[in-house]
Design a protein around this ligand. Structure first.
Ligand code: 3PG
Length: 306
């Protein structure tokens, strides 16, 4: 069987070595398509693949149609909004993610972005501290739980709101529960987004929520840019000069935001929350193992298109 790793943003070499070891130990063949720039390259590469490992790469109906032998796609990571689940299900292709495997990397970056924000982008001017501040977590999945753990070390107060309604998970972990998203945005010095991008959440972070933010608050987004209504974000940042928006995901109008908001907005050139060797190893090897377990024994743990 042929396992294709197709990553526009490649894994660290050490992760590729780990994936290769798992695939070869199972008697399968590994093919690599890294740093591709055209969709056609992906369409050509998937033709004879039995299994596919991707990151944020777009796996739409056209890609799935070109993959005549494909049995399984594993998104090495958490969010699978880049995969057309309906088209995969129609073709009987199993889709999985690797939940939690890259969550610490993303959580650590939240604090990198926060320190950069509160220390005036390291320009030497007087900043503020994170200690004693309240951080509000929008959702309480694997990334948010790591953020909560690290925030405790900084001496911050943690509040979380679970849109999928599992407040007991939050209180059991020892953190304060916000009953509504409105309450979270109103009460916190920092709001950190950890919701997936789906039909329910797209553009859900809108004017009604953003305008409730506390004076001097910071919104951190390491989730997906699609969960924010960009026009509303722009309007609120224009109206409220005290607010900041820091993310590892550029807004569509990146240049415009940089020009208008200066140091109140920051995003790096490329999405980088999960871009560590450790996260690449964890998520990449988990993906390879899940593929081999499925191909050898039919194991569908972590399937997301059931
Ligand atoms: C995820 O959903 O796992 C993260 O957003 C990481 O995405 P990436 O693999 O494209 O870095």
């Amino acid at each position: 069987m042929k396992v294709l790793v197709a990553t526009e943003k490649p894994f660290a070499p050490v992760a590729i070595q780990g994936i290769s070891d798992v695939v070869k130990q199972n008697g399968d063949e590994l093919a690599l398509l890294e740093k591709y720039t055209e969709k056609q390259q992906l369409l050509d590469a998937v033709k004879d693949a039995d299994a596919l490992i991707v990151r944020s790469d777009i796996v739409d109906a056209e890609v799935l149609a070109a993959a005549a032998q494909l049995k399984i796609v594993v998104r090495a990571g958490a969010g699978y909004d880049n995969i057309d689940l309906k088209a995969a299900s129609e073709k009987g292709i199993v889709v999985m993610n690797t939940p939690g495997q890259n969550s610490n990397a993303v959580a650590e970056l939240v604090f990198g972005l926060l320190l950069f924000a509160v220390r005036s982008q390291f320009n030497g001017k007087t900043g503020t501290e994170l200690k004693g501040k309240t951080i509000g977590l929008m959702a309480f999945g694997a990334v948010a739980q790591n953020v909560a753990r690290i925030a405790t070390g900084f001496g911050m107060e943690v509040v979380a709101y679970s849109p999928t309604n599992h407040p007991e998970k939050i209180s059991k972990a020892g953190f304060r529960v916000a009953k509504t998203a409105e309450e979270l945005f109103e009460q916190c010095d920092i709001v950190s987004l950890h919701i997936p991008a789906n039909a329910q959440t797209k553009e859900s972070i809108n004017y009604a929520l953003l305008s409730r933010m506390k004076k001097g608050a910071i919104l951190v987004n390491t989730a997906r840019k699609e969960v924010i209504n960009e026009a509303d974000l722009k309007k609120v940042l224009e109206e409220r000069e005290d607010l900041k928006y820091y993310s590892d995901l550029k807004v569509s109008d990146h240049e415009g935001f940089v020009g208008t908001f200066g140091m109140r907005y920051f995003a790096p050139p490329k999405k980088m929350g999960a871009q560590t060797s450790e996260a690449n190893i964890n998520a990449g090897i988990a993906a390879a193992r899940q593929i081999e377990a499925f191909l050898k024994t039919g194991d569908t743990t972590f399937q997301v298109n059931k």
